[in-house]
Design a protein around this ligand. Structure first.
Ligand SMILES: [Zn+2]
Length: 332
């Protein structure tokens, strides 16, 4: 056996070495391909992971938003923590949209404060300041944009109706039930109502969203009140397509102090004073201010507020411009 082994000793060694060598070569090749495949696989899975993560972030945001909305709708009382008068520790819409109240203009767009009087987009004859321009144009932005300018020159499409209309009753503001407005105003309207309540101010919603067709009826009603004199109605009532109420972001407020009045009796009430001081903090801008008719084409309306977003409202307020003039400059 030993002899035999010895005799064939070299042959198996050579064979073994050859096999080992071949296996090594195969091994190296296999390892090379494996590594390559692995790194490509990892790269791919990383991309998949990243994309699903960003999708996750997106849906998380949506979930948070809907949870927040649900939570707040279910429990109106808890929305007290949204108010700035409250030290609310939880994250609230107000805190999320925190603005620098010391210097609200820090991130604001530049605007020209030296504008000549006149509504944006057309010239008026001061003797006939409420007249519509001869040429009416469609609005220049998406009507869903919070900064779209709607005035006597720029008209909303007849078929425009916001897709996110909701019953404003969820805001718990008195009178809001049965009135509709865009979802985008809900949180801030709720906060505004709560803050007013905390300050002992009675505030109610008198009017919210109005469709194009409703505005036809509204305008015609006021024309009939003016015995068919459209020029008189034009001083305070918008023609169809020209009303900010069609945006779903505009609210007419009232208060029990004036018996839930509509119109000028609201001026001078505590609620009116409170709104003029505080509404902008919740993203609501006074559209038709005192002595603003030469910029807006409308008589003052102390009760009519349009939501433009919290940050935007801070910038608008800081500019000191009439809302339409500010929108014309920053929003077009
Ligand atoms: Zn109004």
């Amino acid at each position: 056996m030993n002899m035999k082994k010895t005799r064939f000793k070299n042959k198996p060694i050579i064979l073994t070495l050859a096999v080992v060598l071949i296996l090594q070569v195969f091994g190296i090749i296999l390892f090379f391909f494996y590594s390559k495949a692995k790194s490509e696989g990892e790269g791919l899975s990383k991309i998949v992971e990243q994309s699903s993560k960003s999708q996750q972030d997106y849906s998380d945001g949506e979930d948070e938003l809907s949870q927040q909305t649900e939570h707040e709708s279910d429990n109106g009382n808890s929305s007290g923590s949204d108010s700035e008068n409250d030290s609310g520790q939880s994250e609230t819409p107000n805190e999320q949209q925190a603005i620098n109240f010391d210097d609200p203009s820090a991130n604001c767009p530049e605007v020209d404060l030296g504008l000549p009087p006149g509504p944006p987009g057309y010239k008026i004859d001061s003797a006939d300041w409420a007249a519509y321009p001869t040429k009416i144009s469609p609005v220049t932005k998406d009507p869903n944009d919070l900064l779209v300018l709607v005035n006597k020159k720029f008209q909303l499409p007849q078929d425009y109706e916001p897709e996110d209309l909701t019953d404003l009753g969820v805001t718990e503001v008195r009178g809001s039930s049965g009135k509709s407005g865009r979802q985008v105003i809900v949180d801030q309207l709720r906060s505004l109502g709560q803050a007013a309540k905390d300050d002992g101010i009675d505030l109610a919603v008198k009017s919210g969203y109005r469709s194009y067709d409703t505005q036809i009826a509204t305008y015609n009603y006021w024309v009939s009140v003016e015995d068919g004199n459209e020029s008189e109605a034009d001083k305070y009532s918008a023609r169809p397509g020209h009303s900010q109420h069609q945006l779903g972001t505009t609210i007419d407020f009232t208060t029990n102090e004036c018996g839930d009045c509509i119109g000028d009796n609201f001026t001078g009430t505590k609620a009116q004073a409170w709104l003029s001081q505080n509404a902008w903090r919740y993203g609501f801008a006074l559209s038709y201010p005192i002595e603003g008719e030469f910029y807006t084409g409308y008589l003052p309306e102390s009760w009519h507020y349009r939501f433009i977003g919290v940050d935007n409202a801070a910038c608008w307020k800081d500019s000191g411009l009439v809302l339409d003039s500010w929108l014309f400059q920053v929003g077009q």
